[in-house]
Design a protein around this ligand. Sequence first.
Ligand SMILES: NC(=O)c1ccc[n+]([C@@H]2O[C@H](COP(=O)([O-])OP(=O)(O)OC[C@H]3O[C@@H](n4cnc5c(N)ncnc54)[C@H](OP(=O)(O)O)[C@@H]3O)[C@@H](O)[C@H]2O)c1
Length: 336
Amino acid sequence: MKVAIVGASGAVGQEFLRVLDERNFPVDELLLFGSTRSAGRKYTFRGKEIEVKLLQHNDDFKGVDIAFTSAGAGTSKEFAETITKYGAVMIDNSSAFRMDNDIPLVVPEVNAADALNRPRGIIANPNCTTIQMVVALKAIENLTHIKRVHVATYQAASGAGAAAMDELYEQYRQVLAGEPVKVEKFAYQLAFNLIPQIDVFTDNGYTKEEMKMYNETRKIMHSDVKVSATCVRVPALRSHSESIWIETERPVSIEEAREAFAHGEGLVLMDNPEKKEYPMPLFLAGKDPVYVGRIRKDLSNENGLTFWIVGDQIKKGAALNAVQIAEYLIKVKNIG
Ligand SMILES: NC(=O)c1ccc[n+]([C@@H]2O[C@H](COP(=O)([O-])OP(=O)(O)OC[C@H]3O[C@@H](n4cnc5c(N)ncnc54)[C@H](OP(=O)(O)O)[C@@H]3O)[C@@H](O)[C@H]2O)c1
């Protein structure tokens, strides 16, 4: 496979290098792209140094089989034609095309086959909080239809990119040193704080991130489920957590739910309250699966179930999910 990574210097781009190697992805040639900021920089992949090329409107993508793009929605929109014109499949991490009717939005554990129908040669990787939520929801949807979801997210700083992660470190240092705190990547100081806003507000009072969870969940799951989300930035470095409440068509017992999560694809059950065992972001950064714990019956609704999930949003929420899509295309001989 001739593979390209666009946005190689970023948090997600760097994760692509690790995930492709870790999973023995069949890479014959790897091309890395960035803006003028990182062009010329070198990264090592499988012992070989590769120089970042400047992303331009030229023929650099001729012969490329798969392009993993994670350079923001504006860049994806501007360069989609350049990237796909010679047949490369573009697996895009940005929000640029996710809700377009002719672009599949794919989480392999849920709707892998949607990736086969891609008239524009583009497959969208969903929003990171949505990816990890639908992996968990699928296990229950297999038992009975989920009608409603209430979710509160606890999203790590790195969800806003590599520079945001550095900013959080620096803010803690500045606070402890008694220095003025510099705020650039977030609306407010994040160190020792929580910020109940991710992305911009929309007309209905929800943020764009919250509306992504509503719209993308329905598209991925092919479902009429309604999702009401509150997305919060927390001063964790990596891995998003979510407190999820679902209402199902018929009641689901704790035992049934535990069994479903324990055997659900891409899930690990970590639910042992007596031993204080439950998922936490600090300990799950860099892991592939989505972890589920704190499973309880809802006390206010017989058909309600509540649980807590944690997933590494740079890995399963971005790079890993995209690579799994590519692996699926290879498995069903739909590419290469
Ligand atoms: N971080 C997450 O947890 C996460 C999860 C899911 C999806 N995503 C999505 O993935 C994308 C990247 O996120 P990130 O967190 O990796 O951000 P990041 O750390 O800020 O990295 C951004 C990357 O985009 C590149 N880039 C920006 N403008 C470019 C241009 N005009 N041409 C070529 N490359 C350009 C940058 O290259 P230079 O350094 O050369 O400018 C850099 O490699 C975003 O769309 C984001 O929404 C992020």
